[in-house]
Ligand binder design. Structure first.
Ligand SMILES: CC(C)(COP(=O)(O)OP(=O)(O)OC[C@H]1O[C@@H](n2cnc3c(N)ncnc32)[C@H](O)[C@@H]1OP(=O)(O)O)[C@@H](O)C(=O)NCCC(=O)NCCS
Length: 191
């Protein structure tokens, strides 16, 4: 039998699974997505409507069909509950670069290891399935939890977009982080 059957799926982590995003996920997404704690981590100060969310889901499906972006539902490995969404977007075919985004929707689910686990799955998908060379992300400098997670997983700070986000009279910086395929493989060679 081919050894492909022995490879651990990149879509199955220790605590979560990544699965395709469906139009029918909208009610579960809207349950928590407009929570301020969640939105502000992602840089959305203005609440999102059902129609905007529906349009976003449809646009991700179109990007997936073109091979330029993939969005997944993060679901609890045991219960199947929708915990969040994540994805690899802005895929550039020649340079093999892309960007990564992630959101755990209900703040009660923060700090349970789901974000770490889902990010590792996404990195495996990006580097070992899409064969990307470099993945980038942007994280607001106040998002200390997210920065801690990315550094722990091997991401490096490579730049800063100064005063890029304005909220109620104050500007906030965005830190740009990246990771290269060989850095990922060196750190995760046992996984
Ligand atoms: C950021 C996010 C993805 C992290 O996922 P998570 O499931 O909450 O995080 P995990 O439980 O995997 O890990 C949290 C880690 O951060 C640490 N942490 C928590 N609060 C922290 C803080 N204020 N400063 C530094 N570290 C912190 C925890 O101790 C834990 O560290 P450890 O794994 O070394 O023990 C998630 O909280 C989230 O989606 N937030 C809202 C949207 C968002 O900000 N998305 C990211 C945009 S870049």
């Amino acid at each position: 039998m081919s050894d492909i059957y022995n490879i651990r799926s990149p879509f199955i982590g220790d605590k979560v699974k990544l699965r395709a995003l469906e139009v029918t996920d909208i009610n579960d997404i809207m349950k928590y997505f407009n929570n301020y704690q969640t939105r502000i981590g992602l840089g959305f100060i203005i609440p999102i409507s059902y129609k905007m969310e529906e349009d976003w889901i449809n646009s991700t499906i179109e990007r997936t069909k073109k091979g330029i972006g993939y969005t997944f539902v993060i679901e609890h490995k045991e219960t199947g509950e929708l915990i969040g969404t994540c994805g690899i977007e802005e895929i550039k075919a020649t340079s093999r670069t892309a960007s990564l985004g992630i959101g755990i929707h209900n703040p009660e689910n923060f700090d349970k290891g789901y974000g770490t686990d889902a990010t590792i799955c996404l990195m495996k998908f990006g580097f070992r399935v899409l064969n990307l060379h470099r993945i980038e992300l942007g994280v607001f400098h106040y998002n200390e939890r997210a920065i801690h997670v990315y550094k722990k997983l091997g991401w490096k700070e490579v730049g800063r977009k100064r005063e890029v986000f304005f909220v109620q009279g104050k500007y906030y910086d965005m830190i740009v982080m990246d990771i290269l395929q060989d850095e990922f493989e060196e750190k995760y060679k046992e996984n």
